[in-house]
Design a protein around this ligand. Structure first.
Ligand code: IPM
Ligand code: MG
Length: 355
């Protein structure tokens, strides 16, 4: 069987730690099946090349079968001009790979139920939903401008724009996903204010006609942020634009216990995805062996499943994570009384020993 070429972007902060752990896990579960190609992106690439993602590095990702990413950014690069910040590298790799659909699962791991900050009667109803976030459009990719008004006052604007086809294709991803689940799509927008949202709603309703078995409802984003903590069990597949999805997925991560636990897959029209945890580079704990590698390890499992159809190996990783949690082993972010606190590298070793 031919080897899979995987572009690997360790990034900044805790990125290299969690990526290092994930590569070891992948090598253990499928020895000799991968060629890893390291790509500098983010702050470390600014230090090395003067920019967060040079063309030739993006090319490595575009030529790979899939890309695995840690996290980028940190205070060291806060003074970079906006167009040269580490995060720009992230946006560039997402758009360069044309991965417009970001899948962020929010599921409560039974052994972590006590880390859920919600009331017991709410958590007990079960939490298992997926956020399908549009990833290459909207305000993050619109025109960004700082300017002066005629009277000389400082002003700024960021443009939110979506075309019909961008909405249509992400809606299809959500409905298809719902067909394999509980057949419920919640589309989240701000159609009471935003013109973009009104178009969003029209197009999503249109797409819904092709999936008569799926129930569609709409929520305004402010209300949705409330319902997610009031009745999280009522959500199955959420579809929303880039910024709303960014914000709501952080909220979702807390609902299920920790941002350190959630992986994500970003997919386009082919199966060359981009896989990353949803957390950032956490510079405050970098280099201290405190970071929870589980989000990235599970992103690795998603890569096996979605890009390489290696479902057995993906299951093995997910089961090993489950076993470790059942054994009561916890990094700091998911630690609760009565469990055992371990380091990031111990967590990695415990997972590997269960593969
Ligand atoms: C995420 C992150 C990024 C995003 C930032 C770092 C640009 O918050 O993946 O959610 O907003 O997409
Ligand atoms: Mg975010």
């Amino acid at each position: 069987m031919s080897k899979k070429n995987v572009a690997v972007i360790p990034g900044d902060g805790i990125g290299p730690e969690v990526i290092g752990a994930t590569l070891e896990v992948l090598e253990k579960v499928a020895p000799g099946r991968f060629d890893f190609h390291e790509v500098a992106m983010g702050g470390n690439a600014i230090d090395k090349y003067g920019e967060p993602l040079p063309d030739f590095r993006l090319k490595t990702c575009q030529e790979a079968d899939a890309t695995l990413l840690g996290a980028v950014g940190g205070p060291k690069w806060d003074n970079q001009p906006p167009e040269n910040r580490p995060e720009r590298g992230l946006l560039r790799v997402r758009s360069g790979l044309e991965v417009f659909a970001n899948i962020r699962p929010a599921k409560i791991f039974a052994p972590l139920a006590s880390a859920c900050p919600l009331r017991k009667d709410i958590a007990e109803k079960g939490i298992d939903f997926i956020i399908v976030r549009e990833l290459t459009g909207g305000i993050y990719f619109g025109k960004h401008e700082a300017f002066k008004t005629p009277s000389g006052e400082r002003a700024a604007r960021d443009v939110m724009e979506y075309t019909e086809h961008e909405i249509r294709r992400i809606a299809h991803v959500a409905f298809k996903m719902a067909m394999g689940r509980r057949k419920l799509v919640t589309s989240i927008d701000k159609a009471n204010i935003l013109t973009v949202s009104r178009l969003w709603r029209e197009v999503v309703e249109d797409v819904a006609k092709e999936y008569p078995e799926v129930k569609l409802n709409h929520l305004y984003v402010d209300n949705a942020s409330m319902q997610l903590i009031r009745v999280p069990s009522e959500f199955d597949v959420i579809v929303t634009e880039n910024t709303f999805g960014d914000i709501l997925s952080d909220e979702a991560s807390q609902i299920v216990g920790s941002i350190g636990m959630i992986p994500s897959a970003s997919l386009g029209d082919n199966n060359r995805g981009l896989y990353e945890p949803i957390h950032g580079s956490a510079p405050d704990i970098a280099g201290q062996d405190k970071a929870n590698p589980i989000g990235t390890i599970l992103a690795g499992a998603m890569m096996l499943r979605y890009s390489f159809e290696m479902n057995k190996e993906a299951d093995a990783i997910e089961n090993a994570v489950d076993e470790v949690l059942k054994a009561g082993l916890r990094t700091g972010d998911i630690y609760t009384e009565g469990t055992k606190l371990i380091t990031g590298s111990q967590m990695k070793a415990e997972i590997i020993s269960r593969l």
